[in-house]
Design a binder for this molecule. Structure first.
Ligand code: GLU
Length: 546
């Protein structure tokens, strides 16, 4: 019979601490009854999926003010690691106003009493818990080489049995103490495997907070806990961490459901309570009438960085994601227009078990709405910050005359019916373009129902009476006064009654002026536009349009 204790000492001679010491070091958290501890546990691969942001939002809302939401970095796979990824994750979250309560705060900095929050700094902890499993006879070293494992798999395929390292196929399971010692002495590399105590005939039951009751066959695979270099696998590391960091709710994508039998067994082997599970359905996309997951490879909008680069206002994206989280959110929002998100009675229970469709048009509408409520100063500072990273020429133009840019954004803003032209900051340049000679490009042609001669006359006569100092009433009175001498009706209704009697109406006159100075048919209030453009530019545009 194996002397488990002796084997544990043999494998982990340097590990002196016991799990009990770590239990004491990371005691259950003193939180109010019912408060949740959630975590975001990304690998630092440099890519953050919109689904990750969504789950972070859920983590944050679920933990609320009483609970804890922490950031743990799962960097056990060094091959996939990208430098700067932690900072990128943090700034991504910060852009969307999601701030963890503890965990990593930078590439090498962290905050909180339950760290280290980066798995590569926790090797001793994993070794300690692995050692304890060996002591209990629940883990053993496996010396099978990659070739042997491949041969095993071929044999299993030929025999038509479930592939993997389990049961009678698990050759190193029953190595004697002498055999193990001999191999260790010979310096043979080994992985540490779980001695699975699962029975395929039996089931695990998990009451998922979104998916409901799940049942699956128990795990029978002797999964790897520590790789040959002593680095833990994700499965083992996350179980140790979620326990020691006292996670109450694991919120993650539902692609992890298939790993539940392994995870549940690991918590059992460790002799600790498993956390509760909140498996989120993926965000879907409609393609040729079929629903599919937003794909990292195919869909640029799957990346969180896409929203930052395009300049979607963070509030709009979060607001949109909220509509995917709880179906009562939109009604709540209608009734509580100005309330902060934290007032929304969010509940995991109301989350949908199946994947919501990503609706870009709806996202844009929500963003337009959000932006329309910003003050001019707010719009200015957001566009300015965005342009700094994404549009250098625009940034320089704004920096040269901030007041002008603010004045542009102030037009038609602040009233009961603000315009909703902009959904993203990368639409700002187009929105502002005609105010700057450097950017001005006429977009719309002059109305065809007005003859070239009439247009000339309108432009010439208006240039003669235009006065920058006019009040809005005076300004409009002047435009009306242009009408009659040119055969246009100053009154649209009168024109409509007898169109043949006129060459056009006051609206046509304004349109000619509007297109002359802005190059567009549709702009915010023309009087305000002229004010911001200033006399010189107005006159030169009128002249150029002739
Ligand atoms: N590190 C895993 C990932 O990259 C986390 C899975 C989990 O949340 O348990 O997705």
């Amino acid at each position: 019979m194996t002397d488990h204790k002796r084997l544990a000492e043999l494998l982990f001679p340097d590990i002196q601490k016991t799990p009990a010491e770590y239990e004491a070091l990371y005691p259950p958290r003193a939180l109010p009854e019912g408060a949740m501890v959630t975590r975001f546990a990304p690998s630092p691969t440099g890519f953050m999926h919109i689904g990750n942001l969504f789950s972070c939002l859920i983590d944050r809302l679920a933990a609320g003010k009483n609970g804890i939401f922490y950031l743990r970095i799962e960097d056990t796979d060094k091959k996939r690691e990208v430098p700067g990824a932690i900072d990128a994750i943090l700034s991504g979250l910060a852009y969307f106003g999601i701030v963890p309560d503890e965990g990593m705060t930078g590439e090498t900095s962290e905050e909180g009493d339950y760290g280290p929050y980066k798995q590569s700094l926790r090797r001793e902890i994993y070794a300690c818990f692995a050692k304890a499993l060996v002591e209990k006879g629940m883990a053993y070293p496996c010396f099978c080489s990659e070739e042997e494992i491949a041969a095993l798999r071929r044999q299993q395929e030929a025999d038509g049995v479930t592939p993997g390292y389990y049961g009678e196929w698990a050759r190193c399971r029953e190595l004697s103490d002498e055999q193990i010692e001999e191999k260790l002495k010979a310096g043979m590399p080994y992985v540490l495997r779980l001695r699975s105590f699962g029975n395929e005939e039996k089931k695990i039951f998990v009451d998922d907070k979104i998916k409901g009751k799940l049942e699956m066959p128990e795990n029978v695979q002797d999964i790897v806990l520590l790789k040959t270099d002593g680095i833990p696998t994700y499965h083992f590391a996350h179980a140790v961490d979620d326990h020691l960091m006292r996670t109450t709710h694991v919120v993650r994508g539902d692609e992890w459901i298939s790993s539940l039998p392994v995870h549940i067994q690991l918590f059992q082997a460790l002799g600790v309570k498993a956390p509760k599970y909140v498996h989120i359905a993926p965000i879907m996309k409609l393609e040729n009438g079929n629903k599919r997951k937003l794909s990292k490879r195919k869909d640029p909008e799957s990346a969180v960085s896409f929203y930052v680069k395009e300049g979607y206002p963070a509030e709009g994206v979060v607001e949109y994601l909220m509509t995917l989280s709880n179906s009562n959110f939109e009604d709540w929002r209608k009734a509580n227009r100005a309330a902060p998100l934290s007032d929304f009675p969010f509940t995991i229970k109301k989350m949908s078990a199946s994947g919501a469709l990503f609706d870009q048009a709806k996202l844009e509408d929500i963003c337009k709405d959000v932006i329309s409520k910003f003050t001019a100063d707010e719009v200015f500072s957001r566009v300015f910050a965005w342009a700094k990273d994404e549009d250098e020429p625009l940034y320089r133009l704004m920096a040269a005359d901030p007041d002008k840019a603010k004045a542009i954004f102030a037009i038609d803003r602040g009233g009961a019916k603000p315009r909703k032209d902009m959904a993203r900051w990368n639409m700002a340049k187009q929105y502002m373009a005609y105010f700057y000679d450097e950017l001005f490009v006429p977009e719309d042609p002059m109305p065809e129902n007005i003859t070239a001669e009439d247009r000339q006359a309108i432009l010439t006569r208006y240039a003669a009476v235009y006065d920058e100092a006019d009040t809005k009433e005076e300004w409009f009175a002047k435009i009306k006064a242009l009408c009659e001498p040119l055969g246009f009706s100053p009154d649209v209704k009168a024109y409509k009654k007898d169109p043949a009697a006129y060459r056009g109406h006051v609206g046509d006159v304004s349109t000619v002026l509007r297109i002359a100075v802005t190059g567009r048919r549709n702009t915010p209030d023309l009087y305000e536009v002229l004010k911001v453009l200033g006399k010189e530019r107005v006159l030169s545009r009128l002249a150029a349009a002739k």
